[in-house]
Design a protein around this ligand. Structure first.
Ligand SMILES: NC(=O)c1ccc[n+]([C@@H]2O[C@H](COP(=O)([O-])OP(=O)(O)OC[C@H]3O[C@@H](n4cnc5c(N)ncnc54)[C@H](OP(=O)(O)O)[C@@H]3O)[C@@H](O)[C@H]2O)c1
Length: 237
């Protein structure tokens, strides 16, 4: 399974301004084109409940004839409120939608959603990384071969914990959004411990206007540049 991620972040690693409920762009039209182009290279997009609520619509590529599977990860504590049936995404015909959730809702609740919504329970939901592994196995069994993790930070972290993201496309936006804003790796509930700290190898970088378009290959054992040092100046061993 090819697994890529595409996000935009501010200079302080945030993906959305604080205190906004609706999707709020932090990049230019050029970046949106870049995101849509990447959507055209995968069969499914994966995102979390917060991202769904910020943008409860179809995720489109440039090729409007392609059908993308939409995969949503939710704890589903109040499903009809968290994923409202009248959301524009559910009104679209023919979009395969997968909802991954710790416990399946009642048959009646499931029946209230359109037929193209498929529900899947994840027993190991609260084990870091497990939701991502279950999603990947399920989609692979359904014959899918490529997915893109679109965010937000909580879901990116789950896929990093599963050591699943192979490539990251990151657009660096020349903004500072402050520490209350949603971060690229969520709210810090799932820290990475040395040496299992994801490390990125820069494959390419392009400057377009005032943004940087970074393309990374990810690895999941970090040796550099994090070193323990007893030297007082912290610079030499
Ligand atoms: N700049 C970008 O590229 C970009 C991309 C995507 C999103 N965004 C923005 O990022 C913000 C959302 O990011 P976010 O990090 O707050 O949320 P998120 O990753 O979109 O969603 C988090 C939600 O995922 C669900 N979830 C399922 N399993 C989980 C698990 N094991 N651990 C944690 N969460 C799990 C829960 O949904 P429930 O609450 O439904 O239970 C949780 O609240 C929005 O403002 C969105 O617009 C920006």
């Amino acid at each position: 399974m090819r697994v890529i991620a595409c996000l935009a972040a501010s200079l302080d690693g945030k993906i959305s301004p604080a205190h906004v409920e609706r999707y709020t762009r932090i990049t230019t039209d050029v970046d949106i084109q870049h995101l849509c182009r990447l959507r055209d290279t995968v069969q499914a997009v994966v995102y979390g409940g917060n991202t769904f609520r910020a943008y409860p619509k179809k995720h489109r590529g440039l090729d409007l004839d392609r059908t993308l599977h939409h995969v949503i990860l939710t704890r589903g504590q109040n499903i009809v409120q968290d994923l409202p049936i009248d959301a524009p995404l559910f009104q679209e015909n023919q979009i395969p939608i997968w909802i991954f959730i710790p416990q399946l809702p009642s048959i009646d609740t499931q029946a209230a959603y359109p037929d193209h919504v498929q529900w899947r329970a994840i027993d190991s939901f609260e084990i870091p990384g497990e939701p991502a592994k279950v999603i990947l196995n399920t989609l692979a069994q359904a014959g899918l071969e490529s997915i893109m993790v679109e965010g937000g930070g909580e879901v990116v972290t789950q896929f990093l914990k599963a050591q699943a993201i192979q490539e990251l496309y990151l657009t660096l936006s020349p903004l500072f959004l402050g520490n209350q804003a949603a971060g690229l790796t969520g709210n810090g509930n799932f820290p990475f411990a040395f040496p299992q700290i994801p490390q990125a190898k820069l494959l390419s970088v392009q400057q377009l206007e005032n943004e940087l378009y970074l393309h990374y290959q990810l690895a999941y054992e970090t040796s550099w540049p994090i070193v323990e040092s007893e030297a007082e100046d912290g610079f030499s061993n």
